[in-house]
Design a protein. Sequence first.
Length: 298
Amino acid sequence: MEFFQHAKTVRLRCAHDKYLTAEEDEESVTQDRSGSSRSARWTVEFLENSDDFIRLKSCYNKYLTASNNPILLGMTGRKVLQTAPKRLDSSVEWEPVRENGVVKLKTRYGRFLRANGGLPPWRNSVTHDVPHRTATQECILWEVHVVEILEAQSSPVVIIAPPPLSVENSDTFSSASSSSSTPSVKSASSFSWNESKDSFEIRSPPKGSGGRMIYFHIANENGEIDEGFEELCITFKGNDVVDLTKRLEWELGIEGITVCHRSPLNGKLYPLRLHLPPNNATMHIIVVPASSKCDFPF
């Protein structure tokens, strides 16, 4: 559940490097390699009476539903559809089960959301099933890419928008705390750094929010930066690097990051150790996750 704890909208990527996609017929659910369309976004709803289950709603305002319709005659898998039931029941409820940094989405009846491969019409279909062979276990594993996080109750402003993938400009993160707060954060293992360019998009922070503008890229697990991806942005009040690090950890939902700058002389990344520049000067930094293999020169 921690993958979805602060998520408002997400993308789900399967082992075939394709995304769970709501088709334009507003009924079918398939897989597609493009994560850039709004059809690949799913809004997360939390159940009032349960901390273990969620609902996922497509861009067409319909729920991801485990139906009783067989995918093919004689096959065990059943269709996963978009529906708008008059009464929400267990067919639209999914339990996230964590496994090695990814999740399985399980129905109330023990079946799992499954991305199918093979030949048409099986290829790119999505079913719910109980795979028994070890070779098919990976078909029920999904990476969760948070597109937009929920705004915390204490946060007065919406500040940034990130990835995990080429998307429209409405993908956003929300500010979750002031720079002086020290909320708990999720482990870095709960966030996937294998995101494609269409993971996150930025929108301009609100005017008049105060503080300096902090623009940043996120390094991948190899310590590399995709310069073709637009920088993300937050506003930050203060000069303390530790406070800035805690703020970014909260915004991104991970811990153990290193805030770096790129040397204009040799292009290498150096961790920020001292106070930030005075007078709220705008900064461009690099966020390096704990899982990165980046070697810092000292």
